[in-house]
Unconditional design. Structure first.
Ligand SMILES: [Zn+2]
Ligand SMILES: [Zn+2]
Length: 588
């Protein structure tokens, strides 16, 4: 968030509290920070709020803004602050928790708030048409269920009216494209109480999309020299202790299963803990370790569409975007230091290839690096190697003119990482995937290769998943395409619609022909009216509707209705097959 707009948003929170206090002088004030795209303030109100209250508050805020109120900061003793906020229990609690003898307060107009700032100088800096109160929600004081539920009022705020209107429009469009709604309407995925929350079930339409994405991933990876592997979904505790995931990531892993068995036939069964895998890397490391490796074997690129399980809190689950089981376009590249730059660049180029296919025009690579202070705590204590790897990554990004931003102190434990953020067609941002450079874990597992000089060396490992997980990617693509998938990805690519019953045989012949050409097709030859059948297929966003009647039969043709274009006339059946196959081949 840019500094000035952040100050404006936070100042609007104060002004909102000022207005609310005028309407209900007994209100108890919680906290009111700036947030992404706006601000909120929490209140304990004597009555529940309604929509029309928001209008009133908003109107009063506009009046207060036009008064050119100044924001003035003052440092006062805690004793004075306690007197000042004597009837504000939440403020008193905050004062008690703050360190030091003094606290700072901000005054604007009649309103005083406990606040460390910063704020704008005066309400002159606020465009009264560039903010809007949008939502009332319940929020526990300090986010804890043990505390009272307060009323939170959310506002949007920008520097210009246009930015506000654009944002509102984007939100409305995002609502229409909500992947949870479209995913249901288009029969892509579902959830079941019997299976459990966060565990999506892919319906035939969803599975068709997955098949295409996997095909794309596998073809590209084969061309790029990856080898495919397969690994089980569980592993012993010792594996995750060695990788370092336990105990540090224990809370994102499902609780262990305890098995009692006798693997060596000694007659005394042993108890062993097994975990569902939360990541595929340790399994792949074991494949690397399965053979003696020489520098000639590197780079070794092991790829797997691996299913992982993560124990996300139930409150944080969200459609396909936050789930407990996910299938990842995973791969691990084991290479030497000399090979690193090339391998890393090849991964970045894979992203660009995919961006082009999916029509992703805006992206940014967030390059997260270590901090000196974190060495030995948050990060593996090897400054030389950190510097070296980060330089290699940074130099590659700069040399290739790749759009990136560098964020200090957000790297992974074992190396720098790149988060790939993309924007959907309506301008909403998604974090799609992460690339990580790992120079530590291979060592923990004792992975080595024999170098030219006959000495054992530890490889560097690149973790990458350009096609993300199926869940996240398809969640994104549903919004991106508004459910109207391009032909190659469409679960049903063509729908054959008969004008009447007597055209059924011809329709079935065409269905068979299309299937023989690997085109995903459905046949609508029920007794519904033609209009209804067309409408149904259009709601399903099927790219081609092929209408057949007497005229089409005599011409050995179909009448084509193309999604977004309407009726495009009659076409010989062979011609149509050539056309759609070409589109599928070109991933259109
Ligand atoms: Zn403030
Ligand atoms: Zn990994």
């Amino acid at each position: 968030m840019e500094n000035n707009i952040k100050k404006i948003r936070h100042s609007l929170a104060h002004i909102m509290a000022e207005a609310v206090l005028e309407f209900w002088p007994k209100v108890k004030l919680g906290m009111g920070p700036a947030i992404e795209n706006g601000f909120y303030y929490d209140f304990l109100l004597p009555k529940p709020l309604e929509e029309k209250d928001l209008e009133q508050i908003e109107k009063r805020m506009q009046e207060l803004i036009s008064q050119n109120q100044k924001f003035e900061k003052q440092n006062i003793t805690k004793r004075r602050a306690k007197r000042l906020f004597a009837i504000q229990p939440y403020k008193l609690e905050l004062i008690k928790d703050l360190p030091g003898e003094n606290v700072s307060i901000y005054t604007n107009g009649e309103f005083v708030d406990l606040c460390k700032g910063p704020h704008i100088k005066s309400t002159k800096e606020i465009n009264p048409k560039a903010f809007k109160l949008v939502k009332i929600a319940g929020a526990y004081w300090k986010g804890s269920e043990k505390n009272k539920m307060l009323t939170r009022i959310y506002g949007l705020a920008f520097e210009t009216e246009k930015e506000l209107q654009d944002y509102i429009k984007m939100q409305e469009e995002a609502e229409k494209r909500d992947h949870r709604k479209l995913g249901k309407d288009l029969k892509i995925f579902t959830f079941s109480d019997f299976v459990g929350p966060g565990l999506p079930l892919w319906l035939p339409n969803g599975a068709a999309i997955i098949e295409e994405i996997e095909k794309l991933g596998k073809e590209t990876e084969t061309k790029a020299g990856y080898l495919r592997v397969k690994t089980p979904h569980i592993a012993k505790e010792i594996m995750y202790k060695t990788s370092g995931h336990l105990p540090y990531y224990a809370d994102i892993m499902f609780p262990p299963m305890i098995l009692e068995d006798d693997p060596d036939g000694s007659g005394t069964p042993k108890k062993t803990k097994y975990y569902l895998k939360a990541m595929n890397c340790p399994h792949h490391h074991q494949i690397f370790a399965a053979e003696m490796r020489s520098y000639r074997d590197l780079p070794l690129r092991l790829a797997e569409y691996g299913t992982c399980y993560r124990y996300e809190k139930s409150g944080e689950l969200f459609g396909l975007m936050r789930v407990r089981s996910m299938e990842m376009n995973d791969a691990h590249i084991y290479c030497t230091e000399e090979q690193f730059a090339n391998e890393f660049l090849a991964v970045i180029k894979l992203y660009f290839e995919y961006f082009k296919i999916f029509g992703i025009e805006k992206y940014v690579m967030r390059f997260s690096t270590h901090s000196k202070e974190g060495l030995g705590k948050k990060y593996i204590d090897n400054e030389k190697l950190w510097k070296k790897t980060e330089d290699m990554v940074r130099n590659t990004l700069i040399k290739e003119k790749i759009n990136f931003i560098e964020v200090k102190d957000e790297a992974a434990f074992y190396g720098p990482k790149i988060d790939v953020e993309v924007w959907s067609a309506i301008g909403r941002e998604f974090t799609l995937a992460t690339n990580q450079v790992d120079f530590a874990v291979p060592e923990r597992f004792g992975l080595v290769y024999i170098d030219k000089d006959g000495k054992e060396k530890t490889p560097i490992c690149i973790h990458r998943a350009p096609l993300s997980t199926h869940e996240r990617l398809i969640g994104f693509l549903i919004e991106h395409y508004a459910g109207a998938f391009p032909v190659w990805l469409s679960p049903i690519q063509a729908s054959i619609i008969t004008i009447s019953d007597k055209h059924s045989d011809y329709a079935k012949k065409i269905e068979k022909l299309l299937k023989e050409n690997n085109i995903r097709v459905e046949l609508k030859n029920n007794n519904e009216t033609l209009g209804k059948k067309i409408r149904e297929a259009e709601i399903q966003k099927i790219p081609y509707l092929l209408i057949v009647g007497d005229k089409e039969i005599s011409a050995n043709a179909v009448s084509v209705r193309e999604r977004g274009k309407g009726d495009t006339g009659q076409m010989l059946i062979d011609k149509f097959i050539d056309k759609i196959k070409e589109q599928i081949k070109l991933k259109k």
